[in-house]
Every structure is written in structure tokens, then in C-alpha cells.
Design a binder for this molecule. Structure first.
Ligand code: SAM
Length: 311
């Protein structure tokens, strides 16, 4: 069946994000340009997406505050993510922001950026010149490139084209991506990063604690849609998530399940979103949160003290 079912997971994620934004879970005035279709999802799904987006953004902010404006972000398997535009609106300064996904996904993203002035204007802000091919877009400090992240040679060539500087502090984001990639390919990718970059932090969001009935159902759903779920070996528990980094040349790693992450969101903010929709079965939400996690891996001690709290 190939990679199509994995690429299609981006449509699902983007639709869920747009639906949650529409209900007021968080602000994102750009997601509407990438997704037209919105289907009503269960409240626990919306809360799950809220916790996922909010926590990644919190770690991104922590990274930028620590690493400064000379840092760069590489979003691996970025899909239709809108983080670049949100950071731009907040006035956050960084040297380079690079999005990488399969060429068929980036081709759609490039097309939609070109077609929608509010997206393009934010990119033009930085630098008047935008270079576009069918699958890649290069502008000032924003690059969207089509590459299979399992193919390190191709990735390295593309990162050079995107003006990635291996000496800058670099944040890697993989939001629900590594689980779809064969373990040996993820190992190679993480080893390559740790040998190539000097200073960096990796934020990995994905499934964990999958060895139970709930995990079987989650995996069964994805398999039924054609995803081969070949990266599942490291999703056993939080320890295995950390080991993935430690075994591939990273200096340290920490991981939290989404229950811990959710309850570390400031009370007023959590209570605000809990009032948006009535949730019948809290147990289901907790079960869902127990099966997802955030793992941080770092290349140098500068990022070793990050916690999931909002301090
Ligand atoms: N990170 C985005 C988000 O959270 O909104 C998209 C998540 S979606 C579940 C997974 C994304 O990973 C898809 O866009 C898919 O195409 C991408 N992906 C999976 N394997 C990849 C690979 N080997 N190379 C590049 N992209 C990949």
C-alpha cells in the first residue's frame, strides 16, 4: 500500500485541529487555509489535541527563550502545521524554520501557501523573495521541503538547500510521526542528528504504554487504515521512549505521559477549556492521555533542566 495511508494521517490531524480551534480550544487563524472540512469530534479528542498542541508550544517557547534568536527549528513530518505563522504573529525571532514532509504533502502545503495571501504575506514579511518549486518553498527564514526523513542522504541535501546551519542551536519537532517509521530508520535519523548537530533539543510526541487492550484498539484502528505502524517498538513505555535517544548518541532524555502534561497546564487555562464541552466519561480521557507522551532528548546539558511545568 506504500506511504499513502501515513500521509493521510495528516488530513486527520489537521481536521481535528481545525475542529478544536473552531470550538475555542486555542487560537489559530491560519489552520482554516489548510483544511476546509470540519467534522465534529468527541470532546476527549478535542481535549487530547489541545494538550498536544499546547504542550509542544510550551516546550518550543522554553527552547527559544533559552537558545535565543540565532536558533533554528526543524519540524519533521510537519504536515499542515501552522507553528511558523503563530510564532511570527507573536513576534518570536528565530534564524530559520524548516518544515519537512513527504513531497506529496509539501506540494499541497506549498500550493495552499501560494494560494492564500495571509499565509504568503507572513513569509514575505521576512524577505521579499520566495522561491517555489512543485514540492519546495524557500523564503527568508522559512523553508518547506519535500523529503523522506528515512533517506538521510536526500534529507542532508535538502537541509543544505534550506540553509540549515549545523552549528546553530536546533530544535527538532516530531509530532506523531516517528511511530510510522521503521525502528532502524528512526535510529539512523537520531544517530545522524546527534553526530551532525552540536546543540539541540528534540520534542517527540507519540503513543506510549501500548501493551494493553486500549493500546491494541488504538493500533488496530491505524492498521485498519493501512498504516504499518513499524515504529511501535519504542512506544512500549516512557523508559523505552527515553532509550531511543540514549542509544543513539543523545546526552539525555526525559518523558512524561499526557496525564502528567495535562495536569501541569495552569489551572485557569485547563478549567477554561474544560468548560467548552461537557465530558461524559472522564475515564476515557485519562485512558487516552495514558497512551500518549512527550519525550525530550537533548544533545547538550543546556536543556537538561526543562520540566513539563509552566515555570
Ligand atoms: N506533525 C503534524 C501534526 O501533528 O499536525 C502531522 C502529523 S501526521 C499524524 C504524520 C505526518 O508525518 C504526515 O504528514 C506524514 O506524511 C509525515 N511522515 C511520516 N513518515 C514520514 C517520512 N518518512 N518522511 C517525511 N514525512 C513523514
Amino acid at each position: 500500500m506504500g506511504d499513502e495511508p501515513v500521509m493521510a494521517t495528516n488530513d486527520d490531524a489537521s481536521e481535528c485541529k481545525r475542529g478544536a480551534v473552531q470550538l475555542g480550544y486555542w487560537n489559530d487563524k491560519y489552520i482554516q487555509y489548510f483544511v476546509k472540512h470540519v467534522e465534529k469530534r468527541a470532546p476527549e479528542i478535542n481535549r487530547g489535541y489541545y494538550a498536544r498542541v499546547k504542550s509542544i508550544e510550551t516546550f518550543v517557547q522554553k527552547f527559544i527563550s533559552r537558545a535565543g534568536s540565532s536558533s533554528q527549528i526543524l519540524n519533521l513530518g510537519s504536515g499542515f502545521d501552522t507553528l511558523y505563522w503563530k510564532l511570527k504573529d507573536e513576534g518570536t525571532q528565530i534564524a530559520n524554520f524548516v518544515e519537512i514532509d513527504f513531497p506529496s504533502v509539501t506540494a499541497k502545503k506549498c500550493y495552499l501557501i501560494k494560494k492564500n495571501k495571509p499565509l504568503l504575506d507572513r513569509i514575505y514579511d521576512q524577505d521579499g523573495e520566495v522561491k517555489l518549486s512543485a514540492t519546495d518553498l524557500h523564503a527568508g527564514n522559512y523553508h518547506c521541503i519535500g523529503a523522506d526523513i528515512r533517506n538521510i542522504n536526500q534529507l542532508e541535501i535538502k537541509l543544505h538547500q534550506a540553509e540549515v546551519d549545523f552549528n546553530r542551536p536546533t530544535l527538532f519537532i516530531a509530532e506523531c510521526v516517528l511511530v510510522y517509521i521503521e525502528n532502524e530508520c528512526v535510529n539512523k535519523l537520531l544517530s545522524w542528528i546527534s553526530s551532525k548537530f552540536k546543540t539541540g533539543l528534540f520534542i517527540n510526541y507519540e503513543m506510549c504504554n501500548i501493551n494493553d487492550t486500549f493500546g491494541d484498539v488504538m493500533l488496530g484502528n491505524l492498521k485498519a487504515r493501512g498504516c504499518n505502524m513499524s515504529g511501535i517498538a519504542y512506544c512500549k513505555n516512557l523508559e523505552s521512549q527515553k532509550l531511543r535517544f540514549l542509544n543513539n548518541g543523545w546526552q539525555g532524555a526525559k518523558a512524561w505521559d499526557m496525564v502528567q502534561i495535562y495536569y501541569s497546564i495552569p489551572d485557569n487555562e485547563r478549567l477554561r477549556i474544560e468548560r467548552l464541552e461537557f465530558l461524559d466519561e472522564k475515564e476515557l480521557l485519562i485512558q487516552l492521555f495514558q497512551h500518549y507522551c512527550i519525550c525530550l532528548g537533548w544533545l547538550n546539558p543546556e536543556f537538561a533542566d526543562f520540566t513539563c511545568s509552566n515555570d
